[in-house]
Design a protein. Structure first.
Length: 349
């Protein structure tokens, strides 16, 4: 009686599974549940050790041949159902859909590579730039001019620098023209004062007319050896003049600036560009490191100032005397003027 009940139950379960397999419209959730139930029945049968040795006959209403007991009916149907409900993978997709997916992936990959390359290039470009070239990081200018990089000229073999041991008279053995400060960037150079030699008369012409005769005689008396000069005009209208006068020794150059030019609290000889009184420039640091071993006197026009302001300075460095002055309509700015004085003194020192 028990065996018949199990046989009938098995046959009914098989019939249900078969009917489920014939229903192509059943959803995947029901199939999974049936598979799970079949697996549970198989596990129970294996635990009880019930193996069927007799063939199972055809069930009512089916034309399928008998199945041997070597493999339970439920297990056979379970494997068939498992094969039937395997998920569809990308390899089962139509070729056209796969090509679309591949093309989309290729486009996204190319876009990522392009964006990455642009980002890397931008970062490299910013890193390679100077700070003043990067928007938002540029340092605000304080008014200084852009002078070329300076270097001292070569000396004849065996000749010492002016302020070294063994050079008692502090002589500049370098070519005086090479000691002139070059014009800054953006300047329009004066064709007549282009860094070459100039005459005594050309130098004297920079002073007020009533001082010229005495100055020209003084140049002869002190035996000035050479005079070199350079002039330029900046885009803002500032005109600059630099004259270098070389004498036979530091003592002679010192006497010329003190006696003939009257350099002190105020120069005794007025410039043609500043015929009025001049006074010491309070903005100049007379004891700063820029002075070095030179004697530097910096002046500005005393008030009231006319329509054009002039700043002037004298440098006595060894055997050489420098006259530097800048004029500009309205106001001659102190920053570029002091910068010019410092740089010219570095070349002489």
């Amino acid at each position: 009686m028990t065996e018949q009940t199990e046989t009938v139950g098995r046959a009914q379960g098989t019939e249900k599974v078969g009917q489920s397999g014939q229903s192509e419209g059943a959803d995947q959730a029901d199939q999974a549940e049936q598979i799970e139930q079949a697996e549970q029945i198989e596990q129970i049968e294996q635990a009880e050790g019930a193996e069927q040795s007799a063939p199972v006959g055809q069930t009512a209403g089916t034309s399928e041949p008998p199945v041997e007991t070597g493999q339970p009916v439920v297990a056979v149907e379970t494997e068939q159902r498992a094969e039937a409900v395997e998920p569809v993978t990308d390899t089962d997709a139509p070729p056209r859909d796969r090509r679309r997916v591949l093309r989309a992936l290729a486009r996204w990959t190319a876009a990522v590579l392009v964006c990455g390359g642009l980002g890397t290039g931008t970062a490299y470009g910013i890193a390679a730039m100077e700070r003043s070239d990067v928007p938002g990081l540029a340092t605000e200018s304080d008014g200084r001019w852009d002078y070329p990089r300076l270097s001292l000229p070569a000396l004849p073999e065996g000749s010492p620098r002016p302020f070294t041991d063994g050079n008692q008279h502090e002589i500049h053995h370098a070519d005086l023209r090479e000691l002139l400060l070059p014009a800054p960037a953006g300047a329009t150079e004066d064709k007549k004062l282009n860094g070459g030699w100039v005459s005594n008369a050309r130098y004297v012409s920079e002073y007020a007319k009533d001082h010229r005769p005495d100055l020209e005689q003084a140049l002869t008396d002190y035996a000035v050896r050479h005079i070199a000069a350079r002039g330029w005009t900046m885009p803002d209208g500032t005109t600059s003049r630099v004259y270098l006068l070389r004498f036979d020794s530091a003592g002679t150059a010192e006497e010329f600036t003190g006696i003939e030019l009257g350099v002190g609290l105020s120069p005794d000889v007025a410039l043609a560009a500043a015929p009025g009184d001049a006074e010491l420039d309070e903005g100049w640091d007379v004891e700063g490191p820029a002075v070095g071993k030179s004697a530097i006197s910096v002046y500005t026009e005393a008030k009231p100032i006319g329509p054009v302001q002039t700043r002037q300075a004298y440098i006595q460095a060894g055997d050489t005397v420098a006259l530097i002055f800048q004029s500009r309509k309205g106001e001659a700015l102190s920053v570029p003027f002091h910068q010019t004085v410092v740089l010219q003194n570095q070349l002489l020192g």
